[in-house]
Design a protein around this ligand. Structure first.
Ligand code: ADP
Ligand code: MG
Length: 481
């Protein structure tokens, strides 16, 4: 009998505010240890937290983006535990009344759409960081990260494979960047996932889960889940049972290790923080934020499919980031799509293929592209009006990446104009026919493919500049004459 894997994710998205959630200290990454921690962050007695409005606004944007319910009143609670990087002895979080309840995310996995339900999203502060390297046997504490605003987003246990979990994490990652609440930088820890994994026989109640902490890459997330599911299945098949625990994934050894047995909520002695008032959000504020929301990825994808006739796959790839979708639509502005209804599909393919690999190679976002969307659109317009061939368009773009400037200038300077002059082409066609008697014979004997070889020879002789349709017509005319 087979096993079913069940996964729920808890994701910490660092909110992109300049200052911390309860203090005015900076949140910038990479500062020297303890230079961005003020009295509130290091828990000096007598200091008081003041809530950062920008963090709340970002949580509201998230609620609107996932169709979650915005609690008009939410409550900050103290989650009590001891750890050297937590100077207050408690973390300020939200427990019974989180700011966002419910909502959902539609993911695309294995070629099918699936809705993953969200349980909640709450605001909390990050802890500091223990540094275990280079202290002559001692550990250091860096409190720069203490008090950094986080939105913890909790999913229902709706995912059934590592692939679905990764699709969920990627969709969520793209969304928080799209709505500009988190920079999504995974190397710097701005977006990290805890994976809750259990296995069961299909139809059986949920099994006991283990939680794998702090996965900061999609590949680690996938491998950790696969590894953990396999470990649990082996134990169960050998007649053992799973202990609920918190585990760590070790990428070097590609395995998960027990960190501690799972603590229960009551261990934390949650209670409402008396230093902070309940958080009330007004209808007016919500309405104002709603009016500034961008078109969301799912809506944009659907619009690209219906308006530009893109396939669901290509539409999903073009809307992988807001930057990329914007670039694509701006490149289209140079083109009359009424006259050339297939142009958007061609440009979408260029965007998800060639342009995306150019950006990846350079480590750039589409918004930082050295070649503008208008220039990319102009190249396509030159193909559509017959000035250059589709093949030459590639060379023109290559020259643009190499910094040669505007497409029109490149075409003029390099003499790339398509040869549509019948006289010039006819001479070349005659030469090619004379030089390739065997292909001519084959074609006359009924081998249609021989024509392609001849077209290829003409294209070669013109360095790709001949108009392929015209070459075809000319050849056919000569061969049947
Ligand atoms: P905690 O804060 O103790 O980690 P929750 O009970 O709120 O816990 O659950 C946290 C996450 O674990 C959620 O994402 C939820 O979907 C997931 N989860 C709960 N039960 C299971 C299970 N049996 N198997 C896999 N995931 C689970
Ligand atoms: Mg948890």
């Amino acid at each position: 009998m087979s096993w079913e894997i069940v996964i729920g994710l808890e994701t910490h998205a660092q909110l992109s505010t300049r200052s911390k959630i309860f203090s005015g200290a900076a949140t910038a990454f990479g500062a020297a240890p303890n230079t961005q921690a003020c009295g509130v962050d290091i828990a000096l007695p007598g200091t008081l937290p003041v809530l950062n409005r920008g963090a709340v606004e970002r949580a509201i944007r998230f609620a609107l983006a996932v169709g979650g319910e915005l609690n008009r009143t939410s409550v900050f609670a103290r989650k009590n535990y001891f750890y050297p990087d937590l100077p207050k002895g408690y973390q300020i979080s939200q427990y019974e009344a989180p700011i966002v309840a419910g909502g959902a995310l539609t993911i695309l996995a294995g070629g099918a759409e699936k809705v993953v339900r969200l349980t909640r999203a709450h605001l909390e502060e990050d802890a500091g960081k223990s540094l275990h390297e280079d202290f002559h046997g001692a550990s250091g504490i860096d409190l720069n990260r203490a008090g950094t605003p986080l939105l913890e987003i909790v999913s229902e246990p709706d995912m059934r494979s590592a692939e679905e979990a990764v699709a969920y994490a990627r969709t969520l990652h793209a969304l928080v960047r799209w709505i500009e609440i988190c920079d999504g930088n995974m190397q710097e820890g701005s977006f990290r996932c805890d994976a809750n994994v259990s296995v069961r026989r299909p139809g059986a109640p949920l099994g006991t889960r283990c939680e794998i902490k702090n996965l900061n890459s999609f590949r680690f997330l996938e491998r950790a889940i696969e590894h953990e599911a396999r470990r649990q299945i082996e134990i169960l098949e050998a007649g053992g049972r799973i202990d609920q625990e918190t585990r760590l994934y070790d990428p070097e050894r590609d395995e998960t290790r027990s960190l501690r047995s799972k603590e229960e909520a009551h261990d934390y002695r949650y209670f409402p923080d008396p230093d902070l008032l309940p958080l009330a959000v007004s209808e007016q504020w919500i309405a104002e934020i709603r009016s500034r929301m961008p078109e969301l990825p799912a809506a944009r994808r659907a619009r690209f499919e219906s308006r530009y006739k893109l396939s669901p796959q290509v539409a999903a790839q073009v809307t992988a980031s807001r930057d990329k979708a914007d670039f694509f639509e701006r490149s289209l502005m140079k083109i009359d799509t009424e006259t050339y209804p297939e142009a958007p599909r061609d440009l979408a393919n260029v965007t998800v293929g060639e342009l995306t690999s150019q950006m990846n190679e350079r480590g750039l976002e589409f918004s930082q592209s050295p070649v503008s969307p208008e220039q990319i659109g102009r190249v396509q317009a030159l193909v559509l009006d017959g000035t250059i061939s589709g093949k030459i368009a590639k060379d023109v773009r290559k020259a643009m990446w190499e910094g040669e400037g505007d497409p029109d200038a490149i075409v003029a300077r390099r003499g790339l104009r398509q040869i549509s002059d019948a006289g010039a082409l006819e001479a070349i066609v005659a030469e090619v026919l004379a030089a390739n008697p065997r292909s001519v014979e084959e074609f006359r004997a009924g081998k249609e493919k021989a024509l392609n070889a001849l077209v290829g020879q003409v294209m070669k002789a013109t360095k790709g500049k001949a108009n392929p349709q015209q070459v075809n017509d000319l050849l056919k005319g000569k061969l049947s004459g």
